[in-house]
Design a binder for this molecule. Sequence first.
Ligand SMILES: NC(=O)c1ccc[n+]([C@@H]2O[C@H](COP(=O)([O-])OP(=O)(O)OC[C@H]3O[C@@H](n4cnc5c(N)ncnc54)[C@H](O)[C@@H]3O)[C@@H](O)[C@H]2O)c1
Length: 377
Amino acid sequence: MSITLGIPSEAFAGETRVAATPDTAKKSIALGVEVLVEAGAGSGAGYPDEKYSEVGARIVDGSEAFFADIVFKVQSPSEEEISRLKQGAVYIGFIDISSDRPTLESLTNANISAIALERIPRISRAQSMDALSSQAGITGYRSVIEAAYYYGRFFPLMMTSAGSAKPAKVTILGAGVAGLQAIATAKRLGAQVFAYDVRPQVKEEIHSLGAKFIELDLGESGEGEGGYAKELSEAAKKKQEHLLTEELKTADIIISTAQIPGRKAPILITEEAVRGMREGSVIIDLAAASGGNCPLTKEDEIIKAYGVTLCGLTNLPALMPGDASAFYSRNLYNLLELIVTPNDQGSAALDVLQDEITADALVTHEGVVRQALLPGN
Ligand SMILES: NC(=O)c1ccc[n+]([C@@H]2O[C@H](COP(=O)([O-])OP(=O)(O)OC[C@H]3O[C@@H](n4cnc5c(N)ncnc54)[C@H](O)[C@@H]3O)[C@@H](O)[C@H]2O)c1
């Protein structure tokens, strides 16, 4: 009996991505795995059922896709979805491990070996499996496109016989994966780009993309462990808010991405800064899911405050489902290669612990929540 890989449809509102494309389905079949795709699973991303059938995948109903030996998904599984999984199955996808303890408990009770993409170690060998980064890059790109859509003016300097328009001033807060992609995209559209991050070592990367680094003297570094930022002291936070408020009043567009793993996002755009911005300016707050970098942000809403458009959409990759699914499913296929070993009979053996990358990202296994996730660790 060959190992089955299920690709169910995503039920989460607004989710258009799919966890395997016909291309990665074909590669998975070549590994000796039988691929079961729920009818219509790829249609929101531009991958119709026929394309999966053409490469040898079987189109099935949702129950069969969920009842596979391995299940690939995008959004964190709901209780109902977990109840449809087979005891002992392997589940790979985003799993909200920080705030979603019931999910972990349900996965444990169902004896699922769950690999959370948020836990893939950020080491060179795992870069091709790093779905957080592949999707953050898309988020950064799309944030600029959204900003350009809501901004009623030009990005580049425009000189015409009917007069000229000044270039837009775009300020990016937080120069991680999403922020750097936003800088590059805003530059390509011809804006004047400024960027700020609490980790001083990103200055060079910001300059190499042609943007200007905003330097603030906070009296301490925000450099944390593993390349991430750490939370600032209360005094430094106050200073940062004050210095940024003056700086941000002159921005036409702000794209803010600042996050600290496992914590509420820092406030960088005060209400006073928003009030000081020109009418028609735009803020895209990419930290909306973790509380927002602006206190006025409303999660998953686009609102107007003091004449400024404030966008708190939390799933921008779902607005680019073709490429987002292609990148995401390549990340997952690369993980599949680590846990599946093809044999001479055309099928394969499955082991989630044989590689340190999947072993590290395994959050539930054999009926227990893995040690590192228990309170106090
Ligand atoms: N495979 C790899 O080695 C790998 C892959 C991806 C990212 N990384 C690194 O991981 C790090 C985090 O990247 P990310 O995109 O996940 O970041 P993130 O989403 O955690 O945060 C976004 C940015 O916000 C910044 N930030 C946090 N608090 C701030 C504040 N108060 N003011 C201003 N900026 C603030 C952070 O420094 C970061 O650059 C980066 O160093 C990145 O290069 C490494």
